[in-house]
Design a protein around this ligand. Structure first.
Ligand code: GAL
Length: 330
């Protein structure tokens, strides 16, 4: 009898273990969608989030080939799977996410947008929609302040024609992106506030790409030659492209033409270290990835995220802005 009872207890215990293991075997995931695969800064964010993710909250990552239609289909697929418990989305077109929010809301799957800030009218469609990004105006002010200080100390070598006006080229990011518009506007406004008179020789979009930055700069050198006294780029990749064009032309032989970037990617940091890039501003991929992942986990758990659970201050209830920081050569 005693043996029988022990056997029964053992059987009961074994079935409990089996059940527990069975219930843990789930296909649930957090769906992550990046707007394209070949964006250098976004790839760094991807590497960071892959590194911090754990098997308890696995990620299912796809990229949208820079097509909002593709991204919409990817969201549909994730939602229809029934296993997607939260979405992290880097939109292709930040003004076209209203429909995605409505679909996710119907399935009660929270969304964390990042990098391209949706319109507030869309963000307000549901209280389980969050945004993680960085304050692009702050970034523009940092570039403007670093440059102003540099200009004050090196006026004669920067203002080479001595006309008291800074002739500059602006290589912008993707049109309509908040980072493009605000970085550009605040960089120039900060120069003006610091008493630097400016003349824009050229401004156009290199869509965040190194090759496009290079071809814009080649055309500018062909048109303006050594009249160019500064080059402001909305990201490091385009700045590196511009530097390639400068180095390949003879116009700036023996002349240091100041070029600025943004992001602090590994390539950007290397250009700071070798002295070719005047400055960059760190767009903190690591903390943005951490904030997105922690937010998504809290939302999967059904909690209302707070600074104490996420570790980052939450503004306007549903926005996290990770600070930028200036980077200069020593
Ligand atoms: C910006 C970044 C760019 C590019 C862009 C993509 O924040 O500075 O390099 O990655 O996001 O949306």
């Amino acid at each position: 009898m005693k043996r029988f009872v022990v056997l029964l207890i053992l059987l009961f215990w074994a079935s409990l273990c089996l059940f527990a293991r069975g219930s843990k075997e789930t296909n649930d995931f957090i769906g992550v969608i990046f707007y394209r695969e070949d964006d250098v800064f976004i790839s760094e964010v991807r590497a960071e989030i892959e590194q911090i993710s754990t098997s308890e909250y696995p990620l299912n990552i796809v990229t949208s080939n820079n097509s909002q239609i593709t991204q919409n289909a990817q969201v549909d697929e994730f939602l229809e799977s029934g296993n997607c418990k939260a979405l992290i989305i880097n939109p292709v077109d930040r003004t076209s996410v209203g429909l995605l929010i409505e679909k996710a809301k119907k399935k009660n799957v929270p969304i964390v947008f990042f990098n391209k800030e949706p319109l507030s009218s869309d963000m307000n469609k549901w209280d389980k929609v969050y945004y993680v990004g960085a304050d692009a105006a702050e970034c523009g002010k940092m570039v403007g302040s670093i440059f102003s200080e540099y200009y004050a100390k090196n006026t004669a070598s920067v203002d080479r024609n001595g006309d008291g006006i800074l002739q500059y080229v602006m290589i912008k990011g993707e049109p309509g992106h908040q980072d493009t518009e605000l970085r550009t506007e605040y960089t120039i406004n900060t120069l003006l506030e610091n008493g630097i008179a400016v003349e824009r020789l050229h401004e156009s979009s290199g869509k965040w790409e190194r090759d496009k930055g290079k071809s814009i700069m080649e055309r500018c050198i062909a048109t303006y030659g050594n009249e160019i006294e500064a080059v402001f780029c909305n990201n490091d990749e385009m700045a590196i492209g511009a530097l390639e064009a400068i180095n390949e032309s003879e116009v700036f032989d023996g002349i240091f033409l100041p070029v600025t970037g943004v992001d602090g990617t590994s390539h950007g940091m290397a250009a700071i270290e070798d002295g070719s890039l005047l400055c960059t501003v760190q767009n903190d991929a690591s903390n943005q990835a951490m904030a997105m992942y922690k937010l998504a986990i809290e939302l999967v758990k059904g909690n209302v995220p707070s600074e104490s659970t996420i570790g980052y201050p939450i503004e306007k209830k549903r926005y996290i802005f990770i600070p930028y920081s200036p980077v200069l050569a020593d």
